[in-house]
Design a protein around this ligand. Structure first.
Ligand code: FAD
Length: 463
């Protein structure tokens, strides 16, 4: 299908400005360069206009305007997408950062969250009531993109992915209609947004199931990189049989100068960041076999849930060069472990790292077609992340990620978590939704037959 994109003219800008309550930022505005920035500083897109929506009506105005004028449209939630899918070149960006309402219902532990919130805002609001929603591991990430792609975080083994805790959404569709999607209304649409990304419309409000959770017991443990094969093999055995109460992601990394002790600085490590959510009086007992593996550094203890959620925010501020590649894995066999030693020993810059997140426990007990998130049977969601503040290192971190990916992809389950992908083409999108792609294309056809929402990991509409 060919999508004709019209340029944004002065006339269009004038007319849209009249209808929006929020600001419309255009290339002539002094705020333009600041406003077109996203988390990943490698992304340098130049939209024709950015609509800073203040409410649902502003979003509807922008959607209607984009459709009626044949504009290319991108939706920006938290702006953290690695491939910069919250922005477009030349078209209209619908920025949701003004949609910030959060309402906690303590009667049934449900939470309504505006489509432009970031997780930090949600965690802070729910923690006040001793509640938490499963999300990711860096709290500056947007609720919109993370949820619509799936949401892998510390609570995945206990309570599932973020989408497994999504009860409903208020949406504006490509034709401008405002609809609810949940288990009783627009049921197909509700299924599709549980992993199908921003393909189906703009979500202006999410409703989540939250869980009683005040404090967790966790933090990082480190071993020298030379031990990565041994620790990975042990971790694989440990986490497969562990209770859902404990989760941890295993990583290769360089330890930065702060906030870690000096003897660790700038050295390469195999690390595991733990998060235990069970009975706190049993935490020390649970951690005994972990500490028996004699980590060179362990900083584990009881802490409020928002503290573990924000633990790495400071190390990963906005404005870094960022490139990543990802895959799912069913095992961490000896060949795979050997590659982690090879590439973990060659991490190119201090903030670059590899993470493997377990997809076990509650996340694995959801059926492979119950949501678009197709790899419920995988053991791990892996990602190689190249990060550095200096644009001069962009090629270096990109090459390391691609080489790491190329070496391990043959051992992978095939596709990747869509939220950990760059712009990698249609075949890769199909592989990531696997058996669910076909149904997604049909629902896309029903709700967005012209592929109006196409700045995303795109699902092509098909009858
Ligand atoms: P944006 O760039 O704003 O949007 C991403 C995509 O979602 C775009 O296609 C956009 O159109 C669409 N979108 C966003 N909001 C809406 C909405 N309200 N309605 C319709 N479409 C919308 N993921 C995890 O699962 N777990 C993690 O632990 C994790 N950690 C991360 C840490 C960092 C530092 C970064 C940069 C990313 C991390 N991610 C993680 C990946 C993250 O889930 C994706 O980058 C996600 O796309 C970010 O969402 P966003 O709203 O911030 O992004």
């Amino acid at each position: 299908m060919k999508n004709l994109q019209q340029p944004i003219t002065e006339e269009i800008i004038k007319s849209l400005r009249k209808q929006l309550k929020g600001a419309l930022i255009t290339p002539n505005d002094t705020l333009y360069d600041e406003t077109r920035k996203v988390y990943n500083a490698m992304i340098d897109k130049h939209p024709g206009a950015i609509a800073m929506c203040t409410d649902v009506n502003d979003v509807k105005v922008a959607v209607d305007f984009g459709r009626n004028n044949n504009l290319l449209v991108a939706i920006r939630g938290g702006g953290h997408n690695g491939g910069g899918l919250g922005l477009c070149d030349g078209g209209l960006v619908i920025d949701l950062s003004g949609l910030k309402s959060i309402t906690v219902n303590t009667d049934n532990s449900t939470v309504k969250v505006g489509g432009g919130c970031i997780w930090n805002e949600v965690d802070t609001a729910t923690h006040e009531y001793g509640l938490a929603i499963p999300s990711g591991m860096v709290s500056s990430t947007g609720v919109g993109g993370l949820t619509l792609g799936g949401g892998v975080g510390y609570l995945a083994r206990k309570y599932g992915l973020t989408i497994d805790n999504l009860l409903g959404a208020e949406m504006i569709l490509a034709d401008g209609s405002i609809v609810s999607a949940n288990q009783n209304e627009n049921v197909d649409l509700f299924w599709a947004i549980g992993g199908g990304g921003g393909n189906f419309g703009v979500v202006t409000e999410f409703t989540f199931q939250a869980h009683n959770l005040n404090t967790v017991y966790g933090g990082p443990t480190l071993w020298p990189i030379e031990q990565v094969e041994e620790i990975m093999e042990w971790f694989d055995g440990f986490i497969r049989t562990a209770s859902d109460d404990i989760n941890g992601f295993i990583a290769t990394m360089i330890i930065p100068e702060s906030p870690f002790p000096e003897h660790l600085h700038n050295k390469k490590f195999c690390g595991i960041v733990w998060c235990y959510v069970g009975d706190m009086t049993k935490a020390k007992e649970v951690f005994a076999p972990i500490l028996a593996k004699k980590p060179i550094f362990a900083h584990v203890g009881e802490l409020p849930y928002p503290a573990i959620q924000t633990m790495f925010d400071g190390l990963l501020p906005t404005g870094m060069q960022w490139y990543w590649r990802a895959d799912f894995f069913n095992s961490l066999n000896a060949d795979i472990r050997a590659q982690h030693l090879k590439f973990g020993s060659a991490i190119p810059t201090p903030l670059s790292q590899m993470h493997l997140y377990p997809i076990t426990g509650a996340a694995s007990r959801v059926g492979a077609t119950d949501t678009p998130w197709a790899y419920r049977d995988a053991e791990y969601c892996g990602v190689y992340v190249g990060v550095d503040p200096d644009p001069k290192n962009a090629d270096k971190i990109t090459k390391w990620c691609k080489d790491y990916y190329n070496a391990l992809h043959p051992y992978s389950a095939g596709g990747a978590y869509s939220n950990f992908m760059m712009d990698e083409g249609q075949e890769r999108v199909k592989a990531s939704y696997k058996q669910n792609y076909e149904r997604l294309t049909q629902i896309k056809h029903q709700y967005d037959p012209t592929n109006f929402f196409r700045v995303n990991q795109n699902i092509i509409p098909k009858l």
